[in-house]
Each structure stands twice: as structure tokens, then as C-alpha cells.
Write a protein that binds this ligand. Structure first.
Ligand SMILES: C[S@@+](CC[C@H](N)C(=O)[O-])C[C@H]1O[C@@H](n2cnc3c(N)ncnc32)[C@H](O)[C@@H]1O
Length: 292
């Protein structure tokens, strides 16, 4: 499901992103569809039944847990790009050797967390995930060290982060390919939850699927749950964001927008021998210094 998964049998799998950033473009314009792509999307408007939608929502946690049962820790590639692409993480420091306290929200099995802890020794990271199995994998990782991180199970839309993290205490929160897995009607609940633990003046670093990403165009008829929202074969769901939708979502909770842009890339799908267009949204939203 992810932009950088390693499994070939995943319904929307594509090979890992080529390291050649020459293909990468950033900006405020969404990707333009070819006429065939536009026709395909227009044809596939049949929605999943309300009964199935409700079932998927009820079983969201179970489906993610089963995902990790099937794939163990082998599905996602480690995300060594985190610091490269989020230079902002470094910019979160006011002085050079300042210790950062962060939250990796929806950490999965730690593909983002552990490279980060390895690259930056001056970080304490909280990490949480919906799936108890994913949390156990993080705890079992040889790099897991309670002096440097604390992982816990949590539904970001329901469980109060204040049970594990002091109010207004975090220098940064990363939200990487997580919001897309949450029903659009509940996304604001996750953002409100995160807001409480972020220090005033500090940011959420966001990266997720953008509108018309290759993964969105690969969904077949019968997988559509709503506008820009789809379900995979395994019951996990994925939303594809426009910059406008994301901006409204964060700002309605009280965040200020710092950066919100599309990242357009081309990826080589080695199995099919195709170059495919990937679209992500990379953004940064700040909790204001003083609340109005
Ligand atoms: C695509 S994975 C990304 C994992 C990780 N951020 C990464 O980049 O490797 C999405 C993760 O979001 C988690 N998730 C989905 N809904 C959630 C929720 N309501 N609360 C917390 N985590 C959730 C899933 O369990 C899954 O591990």
C-alpha cells in the first residue's frame, strides 16, 4: 500500500521508488490525467454497499493487525528518506544540540522510526499504532531502547494521546501514510488528538498519497468507498488527498499551514516494466504560538 512497499502481491504494489530524484517535481498543481485515465475513473463510480462500508470501519483495526500478521516486518522498506525530505525535522531545533521529543503517529513496524533514531542520536521518540501486532514488532526490534523511545498501542481517532504523552510537550509529530488509512469523517479526530500533545509553535510533518497517484488509478470497479477513498483486497483503506482538502482539515482543527505541496515522481514498476506516476502530498502544519 505504501509508496515504498516491498511486496509484489499487494494489490497496488509498485516497485520501490527509484533513487533518481531527477524525476521528482514539487508544486501546487495536482497531476493532470490523460484522457484514458479520466475515462477509466469516470467509468468506475460504483460504490461499495453501505453494509460493507460499516463492516470495514468496524474491522479497521483487525484488518491492519492481520496485514502485519501476513507481512510481518517485511512489507515496507525502511524510510531513510525521512530526514532527507523533511529537512524540517532538523529545522525543528532552535539550537544545534537541542534534544527533540517527537511522536511517530501510526508507526507501523518502525520503518520510519528506527532509521530516524539511528540517524539522529539526539531524539526521544514516542511511537504508536492501531495494530497491537505492529507495536509488538517495534518492541522486539533490536534497536528498540526504552531510553530513546516509547511505543504504545492507540487508535488515534479514539484513544487520548494524553494517557501516554504530556500535554504541549512535543517538538514535532510525523504522520507518514497514516491519515489516508483513516475514514475521512474521522481524520479530524486524529488531528485534534495530536494537537493536544504538540508544543505551541511546533509542527506536524505530513506525507501521504496525493490525488491521481498510480495506486488510485489501479483500483478496480467495486473498490470505491467514496470520493477519493478506496478499499484494498485485504480490507485496509486508502484516501487520496488534494492539497485543498488537507489544508481545510488541519486548519479547521486550529493548525496554521506552513507548507502543503504535491510531490510528483516517476517510479519504475520492474514487474510490469512500466514507469508509473506517483503523487504524494508533503506538508507541514503548525500549532499556533498563541490560541485565538
Ligand atoms: C501505511 S501504514 C504506514 C506505517 C508507517 N507510518 C510507515 O510509514 O511505515 C499505515 C499505518 O497506520 C496505522 N493506522 C491506521 N489507522 C490508525 C488509527 N486510527 N490509529 C493509529 N494508527 C492507525 C496502521 O495500523 C498502519 O500501521
Amino acid at each position: 500500500m505504501s509508496q515504498e512497499n516491498t511486496s509484489d502481491n499487494y494489490v497496488n504494489s509498485v516497485s520501490p521508488i527509484c533513487e533518481d530524484d531527477a524525476f521528482q517535481k514539487k508544486g501546487h498543481s495536482a497531476r493532470t490525467l490523460s484522457s484514458e485515465e479520466a475515462e477509466k475513473l469516470a467509468r468506475e463510480q460504483v460504490l461499495v454497499s453501505d453494509f460493507k462500508k460499516l463492516k470495514l470501519e468496524k474491522e479497521a483495526q483487525k484488518n491492519w493487525d492481520l496485514f502485519y500478521k501476513r507481512n510481518s516486518t517485511n512489507f515496507f522498506k525502511d524510510r531513510h528518506w525521512t530526514t532527507r525530505e523533511f529537512e524540517d525535522l532538523k529545522a525543528c531545533r532552535e539550537f544545534e544540540d537541542e534534544k527533540l521529543t517527537m511522536l511517530e503517529a501510526g508507526c507501523g513496524v518502525g520503518n520510519c522510526l528506527f532509521p530516524l533514531l539511528e540517524e539522529d542520536l539526539n531524539i526521544f521518540a514516542y511511537a504508536c499504532d492501531f495494530s497491537p501486532r505492529a507495536v509488538e514488532y517495534v518492541k522486539k526490534n533490536t534497536l528498540y531502547n526504552i531510553e530513546r523511545c516509547k511505543v504504545f498501542q492507540c487508535d488515534l481517532t479514539k484513544d487520548d494521546l494524553l494517557e501516554n504523552i504530556p500535554a504541549d510537550s512535543l517538538d514535532v509529530v510525523t504522520l507518514i501514510f497514516v491519515l489516508s488509512a483513516i475514514h475521512p469523517d474521522k481524520m479530524h479526530l486524529a488531528l485534534q488528538n495530536i494537537y493536544k500533545v504538540l508544543k505551541p509553535g511546533k509542527c506536524v510533518l505530513f506525507r501521504d498519497y496525493g490525488l491521481y497517484d498510480h495506486a488510485m488509478l489501479r483500483f478496480k470497479s467495486g473498490n470505491k468507498l467514496g470520493e477519493n477513498f478506496y478499499v484494498r483486497q485485504d480490507g485496509t483503506r486508502s484516501y487520496f488527498f488534494t492539497d485543498e482538502f488537507l489544508s481545510h482539515l488541519f486548519m479547521a482543527v486550529g493548525y496554521e499551514q506552513v507548507v502543503n505541496e504535491y510531490v510528483l515522481r516517476e517510479t519504475v514498476n520492474r514487474k510490469e516494466g512500466l514507469r508509473v506516476p506517483r503523487v504524494f502530498l508533503q506538508s507541514k502544519f503548525r500549532k499556533p504560538l498563541s490560541e485565538t
